[in-house]
Design a protein around this ligand. Structure first.
Ligand code: 13P
Length: 254
């Protein structure tokens, strides 16, 4: 059976004091949840705090972005090796907020993906369609294209070290979750795209669902055969809610 994974994406939220309280509560809450894996992707300035609080615990940590360059005159950017210095296991790449608000193309996302793999981190590579694309019936084409750029460039072997997150843009921060069947259909499609190149890698590929995952809808989502956990925005900032979602993954993995 594939592992289940729940990762919190804190986005641009946090303060030292609040983070400490949140992480302490989460660590307490997941102490006995041994069947699944858990992580948080925090803003860059809090990586040191995450590292010092989470080292040796069940909660891994990572970043929400990285530069595709190793180093150089790139004011404001953060190199892959810097994330490695702070013990990051995960780095989110191609999130729809990066694509839409920071104009990150499929090609830039693909270059960042390569940089993360090269640095030895696990990319959490996000794909997903907008509402207009879903209503236009092109969800599969959009997701296939987003995946294809990475597959063509890094090769299917890289998928063995990757987590994919399917995040329909219309479900992010809107309270509108994809139904378990809607999400399952796209997850199965993603797995099938990878299976065309390598069946075994596709079977092992961890595909998370993201978009308004909450404590109450997570059990149903995580029960679907191709949904291997969640990438959690808003609910990851509330310890009780995040722990409840982690528990749903733990239960689904039993
Ligand atoms: P919400 O859970 O707040 O909808 O955010 C989802 C997301 O974008 C996770 O990366």
């Amino acid at each position: 059976m594939r592992r289940k994974l729940v990762v919190g994406n804190w986005k641009m939220y946090g303060r030292l004091g609040r983070n400490k309280a949140l992480l302490e509560e989460v660590l307490k809450g997941i102490k006995d949840l041994n069947n699944a894996e858990y992580g948080v992707c925090v803003p860059y300035p809090y990586l040191a705090q995450a590292q010092s609080m989470l080292q040796g615990t069940k909660l891994a940590w990572g970043a929400q972005n990285l530069s595709q360059h190793e180093e150089g005159a790139f004011t404001g950017a953060v190199a892959p090796g810097m994330l490695v210095d702070f013990g990051c296991r995960y780095v989110i790449i191609g999130h729809s907020e990066r694509r839409a608000l920071f104009h990150e193309s499929n090609e830039i996302a693909s270059a960042k993906f390569d940089a993360a793999i090269k640095a030895g981190m696990t990319p959490i590579f996000c794909v997903g369609e907008t509402l207009a694309e879903r209503e236009g019936g092109v969800t599969e084409q959009v997701v296939a294209r987003q995946l294809e750029v990475v597959l063509n460039h890094a090769g299917v072997e890289a998928m063995a070290k990757t987590v994919i997150a399917y995040e329909p843009v219309w479900a992010i921060g809107t309270g509108k979750t994809a139904s378990p069947d809607q999400a399952q259909a796209v997850h199965a499609f993603i797995r099938q795209q990878v299976a065309q190149l390598d069946g075994q890698t596709a079977q092992g590929l961890c595909i998370l669902y993201g978009g308004s995952v909450k404590a109450n809808n997570s059990p149903e989502l995580f029960a679907m055969p191709d949904i291997d956990g969640g990438l959690i925005g808003g609910a990851s900032l509330v310890a009780e809610d995040f722990v409840a979602i982690c528990r749903a993954a733990h239960m689904a993995a039993q």
